[in-house]
Each structure stands twice: as C-alpha cells, then as structure tokens.
Ligand binder design. Sequence first.
Ligand code: ADP
Ligand code: MG
Length: 327
Amino acid sequence: ARLANQIAAGEVVERPASVVKELVENSLDAGATRIDIEIEQGGAKCIRIKDNGNGVDKEQLTLALSRHATSKISHLDDLEAIVSLGFRGEALASVSSVSRLTFTSKPVGQEQAWQAIAEGRDMQVSIQPAAHPQGTTVEVLDLFFNTPARRRFLKTEKTEFQHIDELIKRIALSRFDIAVTLKHNNKVIRQYRAAPEQAQQEKRIAAICSEQFMQHAVFFETADQALKISGWVSDRLSPRPLADVQYCYINGRMIRDKLVNHAIRQVYAHFLPQGMFPGYIIYIECDAKEVDVNVHPAKHEVRFHQARWVHDFISSTLNATLSDSSL
Ligand code: ADP
Ligand code: MG
C-alpha cells in the first residue's frame, strides 16, 4: 500500500508547496473560515495546517487517510459537476506515504478530538484521543524522508518557501472571506484578515499585488444567466513587473487556462503596444456542469463544454470595461 501511494504521490506531491495546496484546499472544502499555516525549513521539516472547518469524525478518520477515499463524491454523477476543490481522494494517502503525517480533528458537535497516523509498509492507520478545538490540524513532518531521490530534488529553503508564499497569495486572492496566517520558522510572514467589503478586498489586493496595480485597477462585474465574470483589470499600460498580476479563478479554483488566456490577450492586444503586459485578477463563476476540472491530477487546467461562448463572454466583458475606463 505504501508503494502504490508513493507512486501516486509522484503525480500530486512535487514539492512542499504542492502539499500545502492540497491541505489548504481540504480546509476550504471543509468550510473553514480561518486557516493557520506553519512552515519550517521551507516545508521540508514541517508543514502544519490548522483550520476551523467541519472536521472528520472518528469513524471517517481511517478512511480519510486511505487512497481513493473521498467524502466529496459519492455518485458517478457527481463527477460531472464537481463543486469541491478535492475529489480524487488521493492527496492525504499520497502525502502520508512520503512523510510522517498526523491528522487531528474534532468534528462539529462532538466532545472528543482524535488523531490518526498511517504507518508502516501497509499504511496501517492507528487512532488515539487528542486535544483539539473544532476543526482539523494536519501535520506533515520530514517530507520525502523515505524517497531520498525526491528529497534531493528540493531546492533551497528560501526557494521552497517562496513557492508556498506565492501559493498562499493566490489562495488569499481567491477567497476574501477567509482569514489566513502564514508563518515560516516561527515568524509571521503573512496575515490576511477576512475581507467581506470591497474596500477591504482592495487593500488585500494592494498588499499582495502592489499598490501600483491597485491604483490602476478597474473593478468590473457582468452576469449572464449561466456565467458570471468579475474582477479587477489594470487600465494602464504596464511594464514587465505588473505582468506578474495575472490571476484567473474558475468557481474558486485557480487555473492557468489557454482559452481564458487567449481571450484576455486578444482584448489587451487592442490596448497595449508591444512589450506591455496586462495585469488582471479575474473570477469566473458558472454552473459546475459547464466545466470539467478532472483533466489533470494537479487540477490546473479545466475544459469548458461551451468553449467559444466562454471565450467570447470574457472578451466582450473586458472590452467593454476597458473602453469605458480612462484608457
Ligand atoms: P479529496 O480532497 O480528494 O477528497 P484527500 O485525500 O485530500 O481527498 O482527503 C480525503 C478526505 O479526508 C476528504 O474527502 C475529507 O473527507 C477528509 N479531509 C481531509 N482534510 C480535511 C480537513 N481539513 N477537514 C475536514 N475533512 C478533511
Ligand atoms: Mg483534497
């Protein structure tokens, strides 16, 4: 069992940041409103993620650490319309096979918290009582301790932490309603408070994407019956550095999608001369049935069933926004 999980881990767990991604997505799927992340030595020594989500009860704990056990999909039909970030039921089993993972949880409405560990060649899960407030803490120690080839591939502590920091920025931009803290080697590096109001959201964006981006950003929002697109686009010509502000989310999932990129670039092509780059943060929301997120294990890509329609909707919305602005 450990070997099979380690092979699967090759697909999902590339580096500490990929572990953080899977764990934070689990916290979001569990309805958490606060997520505290502690990293030591770029994540190679320790990744600890604590949330205040729904938790897992004792009976489900063993299952949570098993491969292909997901509580999020129960019918084949659900695969057609995935609303959660996770659905493969592989992440915890995979990470646990290449680290020392403990999963501690207290579900809503229960008195006792429990801690689970999967150990040995057959990944036998053992469970013991623990102290924990409502929610879940997953601790991942010594990532890749038993796969030395992979461990050697890790970059410096600084580089690995930068990947984590970048990921947390992207998540902080995807969910303004969530409070997030990120610590590295016991030092607070980021602290994002919940930002329900647009003004607070713009402050968060300025902190993440620079004041400069926010100064030139125009908010837009358009909805059709089945598709909603909103966000901030920069209405000024941006030199290279602002090109980093290119974020796109579909139903809360961050993606880099060729179709979406093409639509955006095409719009900006009218406005930006050569060598200038667009800055944007775009949120697309549509019926989960319209997109297939099950294209790649790391879930960076999506497939739209009505690609042309989505493409044109993005183009026309951005075109209208940019023509209205001062550009
Ligand atoms: P997936 O997210 O694809 O379902 P995972 O391996 O990431 O698979 O997680 C397995 C299961 O463990 C989830 O379906 C969920 O039931 C449970 N789980 C994992 N993390 C959390 C968490 N932070 N809070 C509550 N439940 C969790
Ligand atoms: Mg998951």
